[in-house]
Design a protein around this ligand. Structure first.
Ligand code: IPM
Ligand code: MG
Length: 358
């Protein structure tokens, strides 16, 4: 019997809706395994801007640091979309990732047999797809300095984002990917744009060095434009993909199409020890907020990853994943996973998952 303290950051839009359902599943799965969970809710994102003027306060970050793990919903929405606003919900997410030093973002892409017909890609291309994207999460274009707006000498408006990586930042995430590949099909595909970007040439150099230390693992390199094509054309070729922050952001939205919906993909963000951060890869979905129809599966599976990576509760994590398969195999679908009869609400879908939890 063990106990874990988890900080919940429901955030904005459908975040609170899917997180509440994920918690129901986690509580039942933990209890089945003889464990107890303590949950504390905190503000992050647009809701935090409204209440305290910043997307992530120092107090909330400190609480997250002191927890065993952090489970997040989603942030953002039209209310906070003013491009001139000083505080933006997404800043909270970035500050949290940086503050927890979770440099490796794991995004498993799995095509579940029951959902092969939901993807717009032909079923014979995607049957059995099961790969893992490891996205660098605390560096690159998202964090490079300078990041500024100003005027050119001749009076035009200009904007600058900087793409910078050090060998140390690359090495630690690539090593992470190799460790994960060792427990999978022993193949790493590194994605970069080394034909154009200096930072990508460093990325490739470091990746080759790391690869040389792992002769048992096959390493290949793809340019990001080619990779984006192969993910659709021959997605079964991939085992572990490792890539930088920006490329990983884009490629995982693309990859979610294979799985049938953004509402299916969970993620885990991990560093060297310290609490992990878990969140669905989808956003706050303002168009369906408050309707109770969001797909809870990504949030539920993020909870399973939390059990696995932060708590070491592997059996319980697998039980949750099996319960999700059981619910989907039985034909249960939320509105994003159509066509398939009458769509279930967020809560009804979760009830089906709970029903499959042995
Ligand atoms: C994601 C999201 C975020 C990102 C946004 C909301 C800042 O798209 O987690 O993929 O770009 O990292
Ligand atoms: Mg994204």
């Amino acid at each position: 019997m063990s106990h874990a303290d988890i900080i919940l950051l429901p955030g904005d839009g459908i975040g609170p809706e899917v997180l509440a359902q994920s918690v129901r599943v986690l509580e039942k799965a933990a209890a089945r395994g003889g464990h107890t969970l303590g949950f504390q809710e905190r503000l992050m994102g647009g809701c935090s801007i409204d209440r305290q003027g910043v997307a992530l306060s120092d107090e909330v970050l400190a609480d997250c640091r002191a927890a065993d793990a952090v489970l997040m919903g989603a942030v953002g929405g039209p209310k906070w979309d003013d491009p001139r606003a000083k505080a933006r919900p997404e800043q909270g997410m970035l500050a949290l990732r940086k503050g927890l030093e979770v440099f490796a973002n794991l995004r498993p892409v799995k095509v579940r047999a029951a959902l092969q017909d939901v993807s717009p890609i032909k079923p014979d291309r995607i049957a059995g797809v099961d790969f893992l994207v490891v996205r660098e999460l605390t560096g690159g274009l998202y964090f490079g300095q300078p990041k500024e707006r100003g005027k050119t000498a001749d009076g035009h408006e200009r904007a600058v984002d900087t793409l910078e990586y050090s060998d140390y930042e690359i090495r630690r995430v690539v090593e992470f990917a190799f460790r994960l590949a060792a427990c999978r099909h022993r193949k790493v595909t590194s994605v970069d744009k080394a034909n154009v970007l200096e930072s990508s040439r460093l990325w490739r150099q470091v990746t080759v060095e790391v690869g040389a230390q792992h002769p048992e693992i096959a390493l290949d390199h793809l340019l990001v434009d080619t990779a984006s094509m192969r993910i659709i054309q021959s997605p079964r070729d991939f085992d572990v993909i490792v890539t930088d922050n920006m490329f990983g952001d884009i490629l995982t939205d693309e990859a979610s199409v294979l799985a049938g919906s953004m509402g299916m993909l969970p993620s885990a963000s991990l560093g060297d020890g310290g609490p992990g951060l878990y969140e669905p890869i989808h956003g706050s979905a303002p168009d369906i907020t408050g309707k109770g129809i969001a797909n809870p599966v990504a949030a539920i599976l993020s909870g399973a990853m939390l059990f696995r990576y932060s708590l070491g509760w592997e059996r319980e994590a697998e039980a949750i994943e099996r319960a999700v398969d059981y619910a989907l195999d039985a034909g249960n679908r939320t509105a994003d996973l159509q066509p398939a009869g009458k769509p279930l609400t967020t809560k009804e879908m979760t009830d089906c998952v709970l029903g499959g939890l042995e």
